[in-house]
Design a binder for this molecule. Structure first.
Ligand code: URP
Ligand code: ZN
Ligand code: ZN
Length: 508
């Protein structure tokens, strides 16, 4: 029986291309830089460039007003009306536009050896796509195989990002086993600035951990004040149902949902809640997709379990009929947990509006429709799980959430930026607009009208799950720590300028 996951001894992976590159700007960017410049006497001195964004409507999770923002070097130095431009400053007119804090995607896969293949983006393509979509910081899942030690896993994932990412980044450290050496190594990784773990209750025999490992991971996390993010599905139920469906000749992509119905996810959440309750650990449910799972999480919260909840843009706008499309087209929409009945969408939107659900992420996991998804042409359990959406999260959330009145502008900022920063120790450096915060800003044009298509996307994958969707509004200008990275919707940033944002544990 095939179960999704990676088994390095059984499945030979193609070698992953590694391409270390120096910092470089692309597409003829304006040439602003915060790097040290030597002065005529040969002494290096810091040249703190400035950027003045004028007359935008600033919207944070809890405020809304028209003002100018002066960024000096990497941070926000002044906010006020009619601020004078310092000599040499670049001035951006944001009249008629919103200015949002840089968006944060708390659940992304860039480097993902998975199900016998690799996800398609690397940090060059992925971070450009993130920035074009308004995401200035991403949190990647570091997912080492069970055969790899935690420290080696961390260093492997870090090497993929450092010197290649154009946006800022950090990791949830995947705990894919908990053996004698794990504890010391996990402590060291936390010392290096990682304050969240990731565990999988699914993917039996691959990333999945058993209950002893789960208990020990949560105990350690509780001691360290680290948040444990979790993929919640019952792996035994999945394996048994997959076996039965295949034996009955049910092999097409639509069967993916039948193998992991809502109760399978709810059981995973219930399980995690029990362990979190008894260990006192702070946990965070990733990619929650349905009412049944939400009910389990909220019940646990009511009895005192410290739990954050994330849903995905896919679950808010797509439903399981997409994965039922004929001629294997449904494979484009195979992910775990699966897309659900459309009735769940209103429940998730309401959960965001009412604060039951904290964040909207992507779980970006791009696999080509030609060449990768067909690995499961005869057997749905072999279709690489995942949907590409890193570039589209913000425009879809704005179009389908704000312009329809499902959520207001503050909730939009809160669930797409501020809450991710608060849950994972990035706030207030990231996730808001205030003096001293990193100058990660999104100037958003609400009057733009466009259409999503794979033909123009920056994500390195051959299809879009949202092909032909009309979009209202887009990030027109995006800054990362004071440097313009997107102008008129086009990437103009610096490959390799993105940095690991070190975090300290905060919750216990
Ligand atoms: O289908 C999904 N979600 N693929 C990525 C791996 C995971 O479970 O997050
Ligand atoms: Zn997952
Ligand atoms: Zn994921």
């Amino acid at each position: 029986m095939n179960t999704p996951g990676m088994k390095p001894t059984a499945i030979p992976f193609p070698p992953m291309p590694v391409c270390p590159r120096p910092l470089r700007r692309v597409h003829g960017a304006a040439g602003r830089s915060n790097k040290p410049h030597p002065d005529p006497a040969g002494e290096p001195k810091i040249q703190r460039m400035s950027l003045l964004i004028k007359n935008g409507e600033i919207v944070t999770a809890d405020s809304r007003y028209v003002a100018d923002i002066l960024c000096v070097g990497e941070v926000i130095a002044q906010i006020g009306r009619d601020l004078p431009a310092p000599a040499g400053a670049e001035v951006i007119d944001a009249t008629g536009k919103y200015v949002f804090p840089g968006f944060i995607d708390p659940h992304v896969h860039i480097y993902l050896p998975f199900m016998g293949t690799y996800s398609k983006d690397n940090y060059e393509t992925g971070s450009q796509a993130a920035l074009i979509g308004g995401t200035t910081t991403l949190i990647e899942m570091c997912c080492p195989a069970r055969s790899m030690d935690a420290l080696e896993g961390f260093e492997t994932w870090l090497a993929q990002a450092e010197g290649k990412s154009a946006c800022d980044f950090t990791f949830h450290m995947g705990v894919t086993k908990f053996d004698a050496g794990s504890e010391t190594q996990l402590r060291e990784i936390v010392r290096r600035g990682i304050s969240s773990f990731k565990i999988f209750l699914a993917y039996k025999g691959a990333f999945g951990i058993d209950d002893t490992e789960l208990y020990r991971t949560l105990k350690l996390a509780r001691e360290l004040g680290v948040v444990v993010t979790a993929h919640c599905e019952n792996e035994t139920l999945i394996a048994e149902r997959q076996r039965e469906l295949l034996a009955a000749g049910k092999t097409d992509p639509s069967q993916h949902h039948e193998s992991r119905p809502p109760r399978v996810e709810a059981e995973g959440v219930h399980h995690l809640m029990t362990f979190a309750e008894l260990t006192g650990a702070s946990v965070y449910i990733v990619h929650l997709s349905c009412e049944e799972a939400l009910v389990e999480a909220v019940r646990a919260r009511q009895r005192g379990v410290k739990v954050g909840i994330e849903t995905l843009i896919q679950y808010l706008v797509l439903d399981k009929s997409y994965a039922e499309r004929p001629n294997f087209e449904g494979a484009k929409f195979v992910m775990s947990p699966p897309l659900r009945d459309a009735r769940n969408q209103a429940i998730l939107w309401n959960g965001l509006r009412d604060g039951l659900i904290q964040t909207v992420a992507t779980d970006h996991a791009p696999f080509d429709f030609v060449g990768q998804k067909p690995m499961g042409k005869e057997d749905f359990t072999k279709i690489p799980n995942g949907i590409p959406s890193l570039e589209d999260r913000i425009t879809l959330l704005y179009t389908e959430g704000v312009t329809t009145g499902r959520i207001d502008l503050h909730t939009f900022v809160n669930v797409a930026s501020t809450q991710a920063a608060k849950q994972f120790g990035l706030f207030p450096k990231k996730g808001t607009i205030q003096l001293g915060a990193d100058a990660d800003l999104v100037v958003f044009d609400p009057h733009h009208a466009g259409v999503i298509t794979a033909k123009t996307q920056a994500m390195n994958v051959d299809y879009s799950a949202f092909e032909g969707w009309p979009i209202k509004g887009r990030p027109s200008l995006v800054t990362v720590r004071g440097e313009v990275a997107v102008r008129d919707g086009k990437f103009v940033g610096t490959i390799g300028r993105g940095k690991l944002i070190k975090r300290t544990p905060q919750r216990n």
